[in-house]
Ligand binder design. Sequence first.
Ligand code: GLV
Length: 327
Amino acid sequence: MSKPKVLVARAIFPSVLERLSQHFDIETNQADEVWPKEELARRMSDKVGAFTTSSERIDAAVLDACPQLKIVANMAVGYNNFDVDAMSARGVLATNAPDVLTETTADFGFALLMATARRVTESEHYLRAGKWTKWNYEMFSGSDVHGATLGILGMGRIGQGIAKRGAHGFGMNVIYHNRSRLEPGLEAACKARYVSKEELLRTSDHLVLVLPYSASSHHAIGAAELAQMKPTANLINIARGGIVDDAALAVALRNRQIAAAGLDVFEGEPAVHPGLLTVPNVVLTPHIASASVPTRLAMGNLAADNLIGYLVNGKPLTPLNPEILKK
Ligand code: GLV
């Protein structure tokens, strides 16, 4: 019997490909080309399953070109690259890769916060450029992390991981804002206090964004919100590009309206707003918050488990539109 056909849209760990090839006839992309949408649709048109990353947009036009498609498994917890309604309408299962990346991503949120507050990359560039000829009492002075007020916008699993690190590791005063308030047990575990978005903006020394991207979170931090923040505040975005208005942020950083920012995600990435590339008070990383070797492997294996679980056993692990399983 021939095996079901599956497209693996980007390069992935050989061990994950090996697992997939035991069950499926796979078309791979180990050259890691980023296919234009039409090419992705053409390659997916005879497949029943696809393995994607957050770079592949799965929308109605792509789906209409792929009548045999039953599942798309995203190797990411965020899934704003999926039009889940369009997938559900066509009976295509969507899966993401939650949980396995929570702690690693929270670690990175803290790494970016620390690097931003203590001007780690800015001072390294100075040193590498041979500019360090003498020590000075105020060189690269930044802001303190311990004991400061840590604000978190979006309090899902990753937000809670950051809150715990801040409260328990650094004695920070943790406040958060979220669509819904955490139940008291979780709030206590995170030592976090629920506040309005206005209070969060006004009082955070370090504000970390960890909310999902959607039409309602588009530019959740724009010029008006930046204007409410302290001039000494740091803004950290490990959520998604588009949540921050990057053009407005570049202006706020240049004018020192806020002290600094740490950004792992960008509007229109991998392009980065040119205004961000020329200001010194920003730490920039290329969407690597979940990038530890074990976690990226776990994410790849979870996406593969979803494909195997659904196409071979009828039981996906982390479906986003489970209602289609009942049909
Ligand atoms: C990474 O950004 C993810 O959503 O997993």
